[in-house]
Design a protein around this ligand. Sequence first.
Ligand SMILES: Nc1ncnc2c1ncn2[C@@H]1O[C@H](COP(=O)(O)OP(=O)(O)O)[C@@H](O)[C@H]1O
Ligand SMILES: [Mg+2]
Length: 364
Amino acid sequence: MTKLQIGLLFGGCSGEHEVSIVSARAINAALNAERNTDKYEILPFYIQKNGVWQGNEIANQILVSGQALEKPNATNINTKSSLWEFPPQASEVDVWFPVLHGPNGEDGTIQGLLTLMQVPFVGSGVLGSAVGMDKIAMKTAFAQAGLPQVKYMTLTRSQIWSNPCVFPKLCDEIENYLNYPCFVKPANLGSSVGIAKVRSRQELETALDNAASYDRRVIVEAGVVAREVECAVLGNDNPKVSAIGEISFESDFYDYETKYTQGKADLSIPAALPDTISNQIREMAIKAFATVDASGLARVDFFYVESTGEVLINEINTFPGFTDTSMYPRLWGYSGIPFPELVDKLIELALERHKTPEIEALIN
Ligand SMILES: Nc1ncnc2c1ncn2[C@@H]1O[C@H](COP(=O)(O)OP(=O)(O)O)[C@@H](O)[C@H]1O
Ligand SMILES: [Mg+2]
């Protein structure tokens, strides 16, 4: 049997570059597990922080060392960042497996490139990735679908920065509509980068200024006191949904440090929830998946306000953390799909999604 060549694409120009390497190591190991070795051959590709693509040799070294390439070395590294200098092995790939988190990877950009290449790839397409990544577009779509969420307001960098007369009025409006505490977030990041919980006018002003330095668009949300629960979705048009997991931590909110420092957050699977709430969460997750037009996989995150019994959707992640200890693969492990089978299914789903009548007609 000829093996499918899987283009494992990782690294990337985002704050989650290092996490991508850890996810890629775990996925690479799972693709090389005994049940998959007859089916797949892995061709790794590494995208440096500056956007330069590296082929199999260097990508393999990074998978082994787990260390990002910080300083390109002129002797063995292609330092040109032009996209027409792809590593030559890229043309051998049958299915791409982009393992990229955050901007320039989970947001439709890579998906656009892979769509142009006309080679199947794992995960959501351009639309699902872009809508899932942008908190303003995502919340607008969720609102339209009738998914309950916290109250929010949106602002642009120019509103925040360029008009000293308008800015205090905007802050007044935020205070009146959302109250304190509220959360200020850049529309398009991830891993809690640039997010602040604010409790006063002064903190609000600082947080807006900071968020505007990360993104042209900013969202401010009413803060809720709630449990944070997540579930995993797997599939294309008729996706399956996993058990529900809960994240708990001591810090003020689930910030960057809490997310990435060992021992600062606990994952409980399954979350201790009444059945009615678990079922509601699962239904909402499937609706959210379809609403943004996700495919393959997504993790959908919720706030469960225990005091009122309300479930509010927080966000969808179209390429969630995928390390051995990450919520997404652990939820499936608990729900009966071990890691090696999970990556196999994702490739099958990529092939299924890309087998459209349009492509078939072109080929035949
Ligand atoms: N409206 C909110 N109310 C309460 N906590 C929030 C709210 N928004 C965000 N948080 C806290 O901040 C964390 C990160 O916010 P989130 O929108 O999920 O950003 P990211 O996409 O970076 O994960 C959440 O997991 C939660 O702990
Ligand atoms: Mg989050």
